[in-house]
Ligand binder design. Structure first.
Ligand SMILES: C[S@@+](CC[C@H](N)C(=O)[O-])C[C@H]1O[C@@H](n2cnc3c(N)ncnc32)[C@H](O)[C@@H]1O
Length: 584
């Protein structure tokens, strides 16, 4: 008898691990008995190498053990556990599934986008108001967002956008920055259009049903709740304008304030702004004037399935994701003719599939292909040696730090984004321009560094002039900080965008005996970035770090005879001239 059965469903997403134990009370009807939820961030760092990171796997296994114990305690008769976008993306997902089963006894499976959409629809159908001019169900996940449009006449249409709160934050940066927020919105609109969703006129009664963390947190904040309560949030209806006002106030909060907020909390604090940008873009594009929160998603759909509900039919307009080179090549080939990928996604996939540096980085266990830029500069200029103190600025995801640590250096790394731990590297999360962060970096270094690396890239807007200005400003701030941390005779590698040299190089020359322009081979052809390799640091008299920690091999050389910008404005040494020649 259905009424007697206890079932459990588990949804393992990019961000969250959720378990729901329920008693079936009829076909497709259930009574929730017990829930468990933990933010595990299984997908953290996945965008880079396409592999699950050991720390993320360890956190997830911990959560799965708790889920297995709950299932045993509740005596569940049927269990189904699924992985969504994170499982579709991770090239080593099969290893993870085997490990999870061996460690916890739970057998998990990866579902495709179409099934994920059907499960979300199944869960949200009871909230769809058939009298509304239109309803749109939106599930903003960590690594993708599902958009479902149920139709009264004709099939329900669904699509998976390859943008979720976590990967949008990792790709675009901190969405509290208005420029980043605008880019995430623009990317969402482009993905919607690529799947045939035309802009619809605003309609106050058109409903956006928002499921998952982003939507329920925004709803709870709009309702003025002091905690996230499923009872209060699920089915709550509000004006989209009120949700927009909530989003504006979230964007104005500091990261710390978001972390400490009882509704947002530390697990969502950094990714909520990106999730909000996706949600706002979908609501705007599809003209939804009303918002309904649904504290339910594929998980509830799974439980309804386990209790005998049939999956509703859905016409799926999805996009496949894959980071494995062969898979990507297949995806590109299969999808190209059918127009399933947006042009930008296709270009990205094709480029990744062809790129030998991506393959090499994967094979050698580096988190990013950009490691080969540093390797080339190190090989040519002998920058790094065992025992050196190195400061890596703008270090995420961490391939430069990995390289320096493998060369035997003691590394302190700083980035706005979280960096997964790297052995031999001290990690500081924060803005390098912040005096408190600078003080922490000095303390962690424990003495002047012999090398400062900066691959820091401010967010770009696509507008060449403003991007150059941002690059100039970032380089000027780094050059102002360098005397506080670099030892006499030390070296600096500084990334800048072409055009910024006019401002940056004279400032670098004032501090270093030699300044060379380098464009490493691993630089992408379409990129306008170049590096300054600055050696032989000559501390200004007031410099904090100048007093000690000299590299020991600093040579007195006149900037007049050894500096080169490649512009020919000063005398160029032969080695500097050869460095300049590497530029195309
Ligand atoms: C190109 S990535 C660095 C890649 C890194 N070298 C590697 O190989 O893994 C540039 C980084 O600069 C960081 N960044 C930008 N502005 C920053 C700031 N003000 N403070 C700290 N990091 C910043 C970004 O978050 C981004 O992770």
């Amino acid at each position: 008898m259905e009424g007697e059965r206890r079932v459990a469903a588990l949804d393992l997403g990019t961000n969250n691990c959720r378990l729901l134990v329920a008693r079936c009370a009829g076909r497709g009807v259930f009574v929730p008995l017990r829930g468990f939820q933990l933010i595990v961030r299984l997908g953290e760092g996945l965008g880079v190498g396409g592999r699950l990171q050991p720390q993320a796997v360890a956190r997830t296994l911990e959560a799965l053990r708790v889920c297995a114990r709950i299932c045993a305690e509740e005596g569940v008769a049927a269990f189904r556990g699924i992985l969504t976008a994170v499982g579709r993306l991770a090239r080593d997902v099969d290893d993870f599934l085997r490990l999870a089963e061996a460690e916890t006894g739970l057998r998990l499976e990866v579902v495709d986008e179409a099934e994920e959409a059907r499960l979300s629809l199944l869960a949200c159908l009871p909230l769809v108001d058939l009298r509304a001019p239109r309803s749109v169900i939106l599930d903003v996940g960590g690594g993708s967002s599902e958009v479902i449009v149920p139709h009264r006449e004709g099939p329900t249409v669904a699509a998976s956008l390859p943008l979720g709160a976590v990967n949008a934050t990792e790709t675009f940066g901190d969405a509290t920055d208005p420029a980043v927020y605008a880019r995430i919105r623009a990317a969402t609109l482009a993905e919607l259009r690529a799947r045939g969703f035309g802009a619809l006129p605003p309609e106050p009664r058109a409903v956006l049903i928002g499921t998952s963390g982003t939507a329920t947190v925004l709803a709870a904040l709009t309702l003025g709740l002091h905690e996230l309560s499923r009872e209060a949030v699920d089915g709550a209806r509000m004006d989209m304008e009120a949700v927009r006002a909530t989003i504006r106030s979230v964007l104005a909060m500091s990261l710390d304030a978001r972390r400490q907020h009882p509704v947002i909390g530390p697990g969502r604090a950094d990714v909520l702004p990106a999730g909000a940008a996706i949600l706002e873009a979908v609501a705007e594009h599809l003209g939804c004037g009303t918002f309904v929160a649904a504290d339910r998603g594929p998980l509830d759909g799974l439980v309804r399935r386990l209790c005998g509900a049939a999956l509703p039919p859905v016409a799926f307009r999805g996009a496949s994701h894959g980071t494995d080179r062969d898979e990507m090549a297949k995806t590109v080939k299969k999808s190209a003719g059918r127009g399933r990928l947006s042009a930008s996604s296709r270009r990205w996939l094709e480029r990744q599939a062809r790129d030998p540096f991506v393959r090499r980085a994967k094979a050698e266990g580096y988190r990013a292909r950009s490691v080969y830029k540093l390797e080339e500069m190190d090989r040519r200029f002998g920058l790094l040696r065992p025992g050196m103190r190195v400061l890596d600025i703008g270090a995420a995801p961490g391939s430069w730090s990995q390289y320096a640590a493998r060369r035997g250096c003691r590394v302190v790394a700083v980035d706005l984004l979280e960096i997964e731990p790297i052995s031999g590297v001290e990690i500081v999360r924060g803005d390098v321009r912040d005096p408190a962060v600078q003080a922490e970096l000095r303390a962690r270094l424990g003495g002047p560094a012999q090398v400062v690396l900066s691959d820091l890239a401010p967010n770009t807007s696509g507008d060449k002039v403003s991007d150059r200005l941002r690059s100039e400003a970032a380089c000027e701030e780094i050059l102002a900080f360098v005397p506080e941390v670099l030892a006499a005779g030390g070296s600096l590698v500084l990334k800048l965008l072409r055009g910024a040299e006019a401002v940056v190089v004279p400032q670098a020359r004032a501090l270093f005996g030699k300044v060379r322009h380098v464009r490493p081979q691993a630089t992408r052809a379409e990129s306008s970035e170049i590096y300054l390799v600055c050696t032989d640091f000559r501390p200004p008299p007031s410099s904090v770090a100048a007093g000690g920690g000299s590299t020991g091999d600093s040579r007195a050389s006149s900037p007049e005879t050894t500096s080169s910008t490649g512009s020919g404005s000063r005398g160029a040494s032969s080695s500097a001239a050869s460095a300049s020649r590497t530029e195309p």
